[in-house]
Design a protein around this ligand. Structure first.
Ligand SMILES: [Zn+2]
Length: 335
């Protein structure tokens, strides 16, 4: 009996996408699947499922390097622990367990987090400039969506202290990016992991401030907060990771099923090459090097700029700006 091929996971710096078959891969928008070389690689991966030998050596080598890095990381982390405690943002309400004796993991089931409307409003009003600019009616809708989003996730907080702002504000960034969409719960992602600062991600081993992998959205709280406190520098790791989460949810989950997001994304997809080429020729770029390395990164960075530097993005790349307005069904400049 023929067996289903083993799914292939494409892992980039801070995002990973699961491909279940070559047919599904072929149906993806061009910008997320790479070029002919990637296709050949994926085709051969589906065909050959039992290669060892050289791969075994590679695995052992990377395992050794990984263990060495982990040891160094642990030593550095211990040294930095006291420093972190001193810099913990005490201005935030430590409503939950405060067990500062160790870096523990606090687990909060979204269903059991019963934040009041007033509580959510106060936190978003104080720390989320997007929410701040919404009309009273839209703020009400935002809070309703936020409650539902929080209820649909579990939160794992690997920090000495867990703050109520962590699940609230990270969920708010998801509600922000999906505010124009009917389906906003990102149901593929059941888990949100929060680290106090940079963390290690595995396979491959790397240091990150945010990533999406499997059904998990992970963020560094320090970087998440810093980015929201600088709302016009074009950097926002929360929105960046939510942009990857949208790709996974709407493009890679059942890619053979057409949806409005996918259709609109394909329109955006036809414009990004031109913008990337024009950016590469500039000395004063709007997009950073990371965005120009990879098309998925370009999408996530475009979303950051869309919310944080909309005037500049529209001025320099009006077609791209308009295409993102259509994909996300919202326009920050119209607010
Ligand atoms: Zn990214």
């Amino acid at each position: 009996m023929p067996q289903d091929p083993t799914p292939i996971v494409l892992t980039f710096k801070d995002s990973s996408y699961t491909i279940y078959s070559l047919e599904e891969y072929d149906l993806l928008p061009d910008s997320v699947k790479g070029g002919p070389e990637e296709r050949r690689l994926i085709e051969s991966s589906f065909k050959s499922s039992t290669e060892t030998g050289e791969n075994g050596f590679s695995f052992a080598f990377f395992w050794f390097i990984g263990v060495m890095i982990l040891i160094i990381y642990r030593v550095v982390k211990d040294l930095k622990k006291e420093q972190y405690r001193d810099s913990t943002p005490l201005a935030y309400d430590a409503d939950y367990t405060d067990n500062s004796s160790s870096t523990s993991c606090y687990v909060y089931k979204g269903k059991e987090l019963h934040f009041s409307t007033d509580e959510l409003h106060k936190v978003c009003d104080k720390y989320n400039p997007y929410y701040n600019k919404l009309s009273a009616n839209n703020q009400q809708l935002f809070i309703e969506r936020l409650k539902k989003f929080i209820r649909s996730k579990d939160f794992y907080i690997y920090a000495p202290v867990a703050y109520k702002e962590m699940p609230i504000l990270i969920s708010a960034s998801a509600v922000q990016i999906t505010f124009g969409l009917d389906d906003y719960l990102l149901p593929h992602f059941s888990t949100v992991v929060i680290h106090p600062e940079e963390y290690f991600a595995y396979e491959p081993l790397r240091v990150l401030v945010g990533n999406v992998q499997d059904n998990i959205i992970t963020l560094s709280w320090k970087h998440f907060l810093q980015d929201y406190q600088n709302p016009s520098d074009g950097k926002n790791v929360g929105l960046h990771e939510m942009a990857h989460a949208l790709q996974v949810q709407y493009l890679f989950r059942k890619p053979n099923r057409m949806n409005d997001f996918k259709e609109d994304y394909e329109h955006y997809d036809r414009l990004d090459d031109e913008v990337q080429q024009s950016e590469r020729l500039k000395s004063n770029r709007l997009f950073d090097d990371n965005a120009l390395k990879n098309k998925n990164e370009f999408w996530a960075t475009s979303v950051e700029l869309f919310f944080e530097r909309p005037v500049l993005l529209k001025l320099q790349y009006p077609k791209l700006y308009d295409a993102i307005c259509v994909v996300l069904n919202q326009d920050p400049l119209a607010a």
